[in-house]
Design a protein around this ligand. Sequence first.
Ligand code: NDP
Length: 291
Amino acid sequence: MSKLIDGKAFADRLCDTLSSEIASLKQAHQLSPCIAVVLVGEDPASATYVGAKVRRCEQLGIDSRSHHLPATTSEADLLALIEQLNTDPEVHGILVQLPVPKHIDSNSVINAINPDKDVDGFHISNAGALAVGQNNMVPCTPLGSLMLLQDELGDLSGLNAVVVGRSNIVGKPMAALLLQQSCTVTVAHSRTKDLPAVCREADILVAAVGIPHFIQGDWIKPGATVIDVGINRIQDSETGKNRLVGDVDFAAAKDVAGAITPVPGGVGPMTIACLMYNTVRAAKNQAGIKD
Ligand code: NDP
């Protein structure tokens, strides 16, 4: 039976540390970290994610300003709001919850955010900075996954890492972070030949595919560390109720992997904790306080 990597416990510890840091920033520097959260439309999953982020901010003492815009909002109006937030000295982080409605170009929105306030780390200049090892704002899900891996394994150098998925928000930045840690990194995707054989080479296997239970138990090298990024809502065949599952067939994987993140309770809580981490870093950077 694998060791369970408890992302919730790690995220709680990280948030406790941040909470103390925020209290001392307020006391010593009169600096109150603040994030603006922009939600366009009524997508229920997006509303849930935004709610969870705002609640975490409240727990930690981060100010949050919510901007909930109707689904009919024009791209020009959204860009105007971002510009206003870019120039507001009291706002240190800007998060536009994705996806935005189809008539709005998400790349234009992401790249309109001041890179220093881009706490999601999706701006093209932050992606470029990560690619050349000059990290500024790093995307939260890969950053949280890396923290869990380092906590579990310590030094990652020389390990074979396979990242399944090449999205801009998870797969590519995850691969860049692992490369920075001197892993030998393979990025697999929908055109990869013999994916099971590629996965079996992995000391570290990161699944970011978006297909429930996609990675099979016999694709995993015995003893490997498995990070399951997937969040998929499926209907339980026995109870008929909806439940969350990952991209890894957990029931099979737990007998093979050395350690594995559960879903829920693995990477998900780390994503929100790292958003808090990025917001505090952004506030300190903008106030000229050394990290
Ligand atoms: P995307 O849909 O953007 O990317 C999925 C990737 O998986 C693509 O690169 C795609 O390849 C690859 N893929 C699809 N099918 C296959 C296949 N049959 N074999 C191999 N590779 C395949 O998803 P995201 O990266 O945004 O998200 C991935 C998962 O992570 C989702 O379940 C999402 O919900 C979850 N997620 C979880 C977060 C968290 O906080 N825990 C945060 C963000 C995402 P190709 O490029 O060739 O199409």
